[in-house]
Ligand binder design. Structure first.
Ligand SMILES: C[S@@+](CC[C@H](N)C(=O)[O-])C[C@H]1O[C@@H](n2cnc3c(N)ncnc32)[C@H](O)[C@@H]1O
Length: 312
């Protein structure tokens, strides 16, 4: 072990430094164990079972090699530790802890959300696609490329998705799944007044139209317009109260009573967000509104910054 005394660290600083460096070194474990759980089909096995499952039942329901059974509890322990699986186990010997005495496993809400066949099920594709770009961050700081994604792929993100059908397909399919689960909340009772009285709404930029389709179904008197890039719009079908417009939101946004931006602004820098919001303002007819649904920002300073810029 290296002699740390010459770094003038106190024992508690040294312990903290050791802990932080180990944590940083192995930060990826949460991600890869979750990926492993999806690969093995753990969430689906528990859902199929219909109630919390013992470790031995869970193991035998999966296609894992019996030679690896002794290691399986280590995997579930890590997943429980990260809060994606819930283990109900009692200290009291008189309480039923299953045939193997090791308790019962059930799914946490987040695990349900990302389970196979649920939203973001193609985690493996995303893994390599996005990691390749993030791995170029160091190079990007030293070159003139517009983004680390460009350094990795020699193309801008949306342009790459338009030209590479396989990554474009899984990205839009995942966004559609995300929108689908989200719409169940948005058009539920809690937020129903948000859309009350609107006659036209433009979804800027609405991807595969999942949000607009759910809205037109729930509010048949409201007309929805979906704006997105031409290759995305080309794969969609309009209907009587659903119009598709292929275009660029930085150029022009179709006129409507209200404008919806779901999962858009987080992709752009401040100047670009201001440009998008100005185009939204120009598009609104009458005393309409802009509805913004995006990632939750946890940093209050960032929040202030965001609203300061976008109120102009
Ligand atoms: C993160 S997705 C969100 C899609 C949709 N709002 C949703 O939540 O599912 C961003 C969308 O922006 C579109 N897009 C990117 N740049 C655009 C531009 N300049 N004009 C119009 N659409 C654009 C992409 O094609 C993609 O569908």
């Amino acid at each position: 072990m290296a002699d740390h005394n010459d770094q003038n660290l106190t024992p508690s600083e040294l312990l903290l430094a050791e802990t932080q460096s180990w944590n940083q070194l192995y930060f990826f474990i949460e991600h890869v164990t979750l990926k492993c759980a999806l690969q093995l089909g753990i969430p689906n096995a528990i859902i199929k079972h219909g109630k919390p499952m013992t470790l031995s039942k869970l193991m035998s329901s999966l296609s894992i090699s019996p030679s690896k059974y002794p290691y399986f509890h280590r995997l579930t322990r890590i997943i429980v530790r990260y809060g994606l699986l819930i283990l109900q186990k009692h200290e009291d010997n008189n309480v039923d802890d299953g045939d193997d005495g090791k308790g019962y496993y059930s799914l946490a809400p987040a695990d349900r959300y990302i389970m196979k066949d649920g939203p973001w099920n193609s985690m493996e594709d995303q893994d390599s696609f996005f990691f390749k770009a993030w791995n170029c961050l160091g190079d990007w700081f030293r070159n003139e490329d517009p983004s680390a994604f460009y350094t990795a792929y020699g193309d801008l993100f949306w342009s790459k998705l338009s030209r590479d059908t396989s990554s474009g397909n899984w990205f839009h399919a995942n966004m559609a799944r995300d929108s689908q689960s989200f719409m169940n909340v948005l058009i539920g009772n809690e937020f129903k007044d948000v859309f009350k009285g609107l006659t036209t709404l433009v979804d800027v930029v609405g991807g595969t139209g999942t949000v607009a389709m759910a809205l037109t179904k729930k509010f048949p008197d409201m007309k929805c317009i979906v704006l997105d890039l031409p290759p995305v719009e080309a794969n969609m079908l309009g209907s009587e109260n659903l119009e598709l417009v292929a275009g660029d939101m930085f150029q022009k946004i179709p006129a409507a009573n209200a404008v919806l931006l779901k999962s858009i602004l987080h992709d752009w820098n401040d100047e670009e967000c201001v440009k998008i919001l100005k185009n939204c303002k120009d598009a609104i007819t009458g005393s309409g509104k802009v509805i913004i649904i995006d990632m939750v920002m946890e940093n209050p300073e960032l929040d202030d910054e965001f609203f300061k810029h976008n109120s102009s």
